[in-house]
Design a protein around this ligand. Structure first.
Ligand code: FCB
Length: 462
């Protein structure tokens, strides 16, 4: 591939950078539970992930989020680190139980102050904040009442959204309601490998409906109070391909696409759940009340897409990615950048989408810190090729406004604990020392090229 870290790469990087407009947003992303730590400090309540981590055997390395990257205490040096990369944007999430410990009732001033400092600290460093309200850490007290399976949680979420928009909506560029509703629904409530660990398909589908409903209602509520930030949602999407040309594989692929992509995109943009998926679910389909679909369809200012890989679907059972012959990341996910072009083109073609953002993209790699360096050329190659794939989608007419690398730094990778490293910055968890990996240096170089290319164009026009 085209990746180089030496100076011979300069023309390639310039060429790639020139394919993006000057106002294209480049960023890095994290989420609260994965980095903050301080799990029981300054009045924070427990989240479903705090409780889930205590169940034996559910986290690969038996770890938890008690300390994580200790970002709650090291936020200021972390913001310096972010600024040093030259990114224009930082996507982070607010921990709901930190700002409103029980999910309803009293708000926690110390928790709110933390996010005030974070947002003001970003702005002071010239980095634009992109806020996510729900990156999975639901207050445990709400879970005790049924969590997302209970319709009431949707109304509590609307209150939370209003509170955060009132507090920070004047300074953040965007507010995302939910990160990856499919993950909370299916991994949290059907397979149960993520918090809260429920294993019931009907519950999972009801959860997905309440997440979508609360998204729409929250958008309406935040707009009604005059929130100026752009509002949207973030979905995890992937193009799915049948393992063979057989009718069975193709039919299964269509259904899986219905469960992953159309189940979210259709109600958000077409006003209804897909009929074939409803038929497939039968009695497990969610209860929908009058007016819900209209609320879910509330217009958005942007749609965030998290893209990591494609999916291959076989009617014979789960697909082993080792059979594909493609290079795999440390998660065992296929490296398939052309899938990003394909996915963006499909969203553009099949739906009346608002401006798109790639809100997460990146890879876990078996990184080694040797003599103060992490030579993660595989990650550079991955990021390079996905940026190239975005440029191709834009060339073919897709309106794409930004890209955020997952992740700023190594962090708590959910059920995988600290064993999987997604960062462009290495974290030594014992000392909490952060070290820029070669991919971070590469990204910084690339962003400088992007700035220079446009500065030169401006100068040439003048
Ligand atoms: C996404 C999550 C993010 C991170 C990456 C690897 O599903 O949004 O928190 O775990 O995967």
């Amino acid at each position: 591939m085209l990746t180089r870290t030496t100076s011979s790469a300069t023309p390639l990087l310039q060429e790639l950078a020139a394919r993006f407009p000057s106002n294209f947003v480049w960023g890095v992303a994290t989420s609260a539970f994965q980095i903050e730590g301080a799990a029981v400090e300054d009045g924070k309540g427990a989240s479903v992930w705090d409780s889930f981590c205590r169940k034996p055997g559910v986290i690969a390395d038996n770890s938890d989020g008690q300390t994580a990257c200790d970002h709650y205490h090291r936020w200021s040096e972390d913001l310096d680190l972010i600024a040093s990369l030259g990114v224009g944007a930082y996507r982070f999430s607010v921990s709901w139980p930190r700002v409103r410990p029980g999910g309803s009732g009293a708000w926690n001033a110390k928790g709110l102050d933390f996010y005030e400092r974070l947002v003001d600290g970003l702005l002071a460093r010239g980095v634009t904040p992109y806020l996510t309200l729900n990156h999975w850490d639901l207050p445990d007290e709400l879970q005790a009442n049924g969590g997302w399976a209970d319709r009431d949680t949707a109304y509590r979420f609307v209150e939370y959204a209003r509170g955060m928009a009132a507090r920070l909506g004047d300074r953040v560029a965007s507010i995302t309601t939910h990160n990856e509703p499919w993950v909370m629904s299916v991994l949290g409530h059907e397979s149960g490998i993520f918090a809260p660990g429920v294993k019931d398909r009907a519950t999972a589908m009801q959860v997905s409906h309440h997440l979508l409903l609360s998204h729409g209602l929250a958008l309406q509520a935040m707009r009604a109070q005059g929130c100026q930030a752009k509002l949207g949602i973030v979905l995890n999407l992937a193009p799915l391909q049948p393992a063979t040309d057989s009718a069975e594989d193709k039919a299964k692929t269509h259904l899986e696409d219905g469960l992953l992509l159309r189940w979210y995109m259709d109600p958000l943009f077409k006003g209804a759940y897909p009929a074939d998926v409803l038929a497939h679910l039968g009695a497990d389909a969610p209860h929908v009340q009058a007016g819900d679909m209209a609320a879910i369809g509330t217009s958005m200012d942007y749609l965030g897409v998290n893209y990591y890989s494609r999916g291959v679907v076989s009617a014979e059972g789960p697909w082993d990615t080792k059979n594909s012959g493609l290079p795999l990341t440390d998660m065992g996910w296929e490296i398939y950048p052309e899938g990003l072009t394909e996915l963006l083109l499909r969203l553009h073609r099949d739906y009346a989408v608002p401006p798109l953002f790639v809100t997460e993209n990146g890879c876990a790699m078996p990184d080694q810190l040797v003599a103060g360096q992490v030579q993660d050329n595989g990650r550079i190659d991955y990021i390079y090729r996905h940026i190239d794939a975005m440029a191709e989608a834009m060339r073919q007419g897709v309106r794409l406004d930004g890209y955020m690398v997952w992740s700023l730094m190594d962090n708590f990778e959910w059920a995988f604990g600290y064993e999987k490293r997604f960062g462009i910055v290495h974290v030594d968890y014992a000392s909490q020392v952060r070290t820029l990996k070669h991919s971070a240096l590469w990204y910084r170089d690339f962003l400088q090229h992007h700035k220079h290319v446009h500065a030169n164009l401006l100068a040439a026009e003048a």
